[in-house]
Structures are given as C-alpha cells and as structure tokens.
Ligand binder design. Structure first.
Ligand SMILES: Nc1ncnc2c1ncn2[C@@H]1O[C@H](COP(=O)(O)OP(=O)(O)O)[C@@H](O)[C@H]1O
Ligand SMILES: [Mg+2]
Length: 243
C-alpha cells in the first residue's frame, strides 16, 4: 500500500468527523472518496496532506508513519477547489511556483514548466493570466502546478465542482488519462457518484465519518453491503436520469 490510514479518529468540538477510518491505496491507483456533503471526505484528505492532525490513528505513506512529518515534506501535490490559481501570476509563473519555493535553478524551472504546458495541451498559453482562461483550462493549470515538484501522491478535492456539467465530463476523462500517463497515486474527493464510478479504480464510500464500503464500481453496485450504500447508488441513478 502506498497510502494507509489505520484507525483514524478526528473530532471537532466533540463532533466526530472521522470515526475509525481505515483504508489503503496501492501505488499508482486512483481512489475516490465518495459520500454526501458532511460525510468527512475533506477531513480525511486534509489529514493525509498534513493540514490537520488526527486525534488518534496512524497515517502511513510509502511505509513510513507521517503523523509528525510536516505536510510540505510528505511528497504531496494538491488540487483543491479552494486552492485557486494566483491571480497576479501568469500561467507559467503559477506552474513554476512550487519549484521556485524549492529554489530550483532557473533553466530547470523553465524546462519543467514547458514540459507541463505540453502535458496539459496548453503549450502557447504560458503568458496568459488566470482571468484569460476558461474554467476547464484553469483546472488544467492547477493540475500542472500540483505536479511540477514531482510529488508521489496527488490529492484532489472536488476539483470540478465549480465547472459546468458538459466541460466537467470532458475534464474527468482528461484527468483519468493524465493520471494514468503520469502514473501517480491519487486520491480524489467527490460527492458525485457518476464521477467516482467513471474515474476511480477503487471507491471508498463514506457516511457520517465512517467507511460504508470500499471496492470497484462494479463491486459496490453489484453487491451493496448496507442500506445506505444501496440508497446512495439509487439516488445517483435518479440524478443521472434527470440530466
Ligand atoms: N475545522 C472544522 N471545525 C469544525 N467542524 C468541522 C471542521 N472541519 C469539518 N468539520 C465538520 O466535520 C464534518 C465533515 O466535514 P468534511 O470532512 O468537510 O465533509 P465533506 O468533505 O464530506 O463534505 C462536517 O460536519 C463539518 O461541519
Ligand atoms: Mg468536502
């Protein structure tokens, strides 16, 4: 397992946001944390990222217990919905940001930025500013920025939530493809069942701070283990029918 959460508990003012959460994600896998709003998905992601600490339990990354390791040293890249691009920086400067923090040599930064602009199919847009980009392009830049320092683990929190339905579909396929191409272990938060089913190798279905079921889309749909799982899947199907 590349990431392993072992018996994680986390409370906020007595409210239990993570209730004995245990799961593992294998190297190179794309896992989705799926569940309704308030089920504790972001809390899990923030603890892996080192932005919050669990009350108890172990967070393992690549075989090492990282509970006491600062987030900046965990080899993680983020694409968070509220981690917007820097407005006064160009696309290239946004992508270069993490490398500049690491004080990499200028020519190395330039090369890496060019390579990432190629990867996200925006080779000529490095000089633009965020307000000159579409929503989908912005998220692609956010993805490139997260990948720039070569993280071993990518965390994405509802990365497409603010984007309209049609572009969102395209971006999903694009993201899955990119992650496979880069080969990076990734954990992706969504409340959208269809999104999880389409993108993830493995789904971790959460409810009230706990895990209801973990498995592939086929396993979960074919064999829902609790009433909650069955209802959640049925509700998702109903949402699809409305579109
Ligand atoms: N910093 C915080 N302070 C107090 N309560 C919090 C905090 N962060 C999360 N919570 C609570 O924990 C629960 C789970 O939140 P969250 O992990 O953000 O859920 P999700 O991402 O699944 O919507 C929610 O009830 C939320 O209000
Ligand atoms: Mg959330």
């Amino acid at each position: 397992m590349y990431v392993e959460m072992k018996h994680i508990f986390k409370t906020f003012d007595g409210f239990c946001a993570s209730n004995d959460v245990s799961f593992g994600v294998k190297k190179g896998q794309l896992a989705a944390l799926l569940g309704p709003s308030g089920s504790g998905k972001t809390t899990i992601l923030r603890m892996i990222a080192g932005l919050d600490a669990p009350d108890s339990g172990d967070i393992m990354i690549d075989g090492e217990r990282v509970n006491r390791l600062p987030g900046s040293r965990r080899g993680i890249g983020f694409v968070f919905q509220n981690y917007a691009l820097f407005r006064y920086m160009t696309v290239a400067e946004n992508i270069a940001f993490g490398l500049q923090v690491q004080k990499k040599p200028k020519n190395e930064i330039r090369e890496r930025v060019d390579q990432l602009l190629e990867l996200i199919s925006m080779p000529d847009l490095g000089k633009r500013y965020p307000h000159q980009l579409s929503g989908g392009q912005k998220q692609r830049v956010a993805f490139a920025r997260a990948l720039a320092p070569n993280p071993q683990l990518l965390l994405l929190d509802e990365p497409f939530a603010a984007i309209d339905a049609k572009v969102r579909r395209e971006l999903r396929g694009w993201l899955k493809d990119m992650i496979a191409r880069v080969g990076i272990t990734s954990i992706f938060v969504t409340h959208d069942q269809e999104e999880a089913m389409e993108v993830a190798d493995v789904i971790i279905l959460m409810n009230r701070g706990g895990i209801e079921q973990m498995g592939s889309a086929g396993e979960i749909c074919g064999n829902p283990r609790t009433d909650f799982v069955r209802d959640f899947i049925d509700a998702g199907r109903y949402e699809d029918m409305k579109l």
